[in-house]
Design a protein around this ligand. Structure first.
Ligand code: 13P
Length: 256
């Protein structure tokens, strides 16, 4: 059995000032220190990245951005580059979140550049894929997830594929309170792993695949016990330190 360490990532989206981020850490970090069997990452807005990065120094909690540009520098107003994130102490960056795709018009072509650029800078990309409600209803879930994965990973060297994180986030389950059933999440994640396996069999065993979409303390254990689900990307419930801690505790394997 591959030994993939569980990962729970907090996507704060456009929430929390620096002061609020500091308050979260004051509450969360002392309690999270006891969780030895789960990787934890916090993805704050850009403005709070330095606060969270400095606040997490000396803890095991990782810091990731919510977006990143593919170029190192240039005339790209409003964008932030991979080396800038490295300098601030980031471990990774979310790439291709459905809100980036659907609200801000990010395309698979953009992501095909962002994923290798992120990896090239030494950051872990958390690549998000997932179908809309209309696509699921039309029976197109696998077609959509395959298209996204094949396009977005096209320029990643196969030997680097195992080091990325993929988050399967059905768009209809994000922020809606509608969670995918255990069967739906398990099937889509097994399919995601099989597509990675078509590119590189070893990478399919190594790559961590998260579920995202209305994960809460009440449903975390059930979802995260599913074979092949290596953790969660958590939106709303990650804003509260107690709720986020409870989700982390649900997958903590304890000291190894
Ligand atoms: P919610 O947990 O609020 O549904 O958000 C999920 C998400 O988009 C995480 O990236």
């Amino acid at each position: 059995m591959p030994d993939r360490r569980p990962l729970i990532a907090a996507n704060w989206k456009m929430h929390k000032t620096r002061a609020e981020a500091g308050e979260f850490l004051d509450d969360f970090l002392p309690k999270a220190g006891g969780l030895a069997g789960v990787d934890i990452a916090i993805c704050p807005p850009f403005t709070a990245l330095a606060t969270v990065s400095e606040g997490c120094e000396g803890s095991e909690v990782l810091v990731a951005a919510q977006n990143v540009h593919a170029e190192d520098s240039g005339a790209f107003t409003g964008e932030v580059s991979p080396p800038m994130l490295v300098e601030i102490g980031a471990w990774g960056a979310i790439v291709g979140h459905s809100e980036r795709r659907h609200v801000f018009g990010e395309t698979d072509d953009d992501l095909a550049r962002k994923v290798p650029a992120t990896l090239g800078a030494g950051l872990v990309p958390i690549l998000c894929v997932g179908e809309t409600e209309a696509e699921r209803d039309a029976g197109r879930t696998e077609e959509v997830v395959r298209r996204q994965l094949e396009a977005d990973l096209a320029s990643v060297p196969p030997d680097a594929l195992g080091g990325i994180v993929i988050a399967y986030e059905p768009v209809w389950a994000i922020g809606t309170g509608r969670t995918a059933t255990v069967e739906q999440a398990g099937e889509a994640i097994a399919f995601t792993r099989s597509v990675v396996g078509e590119i590189d069999a070893g990478a399919a065993q190594a790559v961590r695949i998260l579920y995202g979409g209305s994960v809460k303390p009440a449903n975390a254990s059930e979802l995260l016990m599913v074979e092949g689900i290596d953790g969660a990307l958590v939106g709303g419930a990650s804003l509260d330190p107690g709720e986020f801690l409870a989700i982390c505790e649900a997958v903590d394997r304890g000291p190894t």
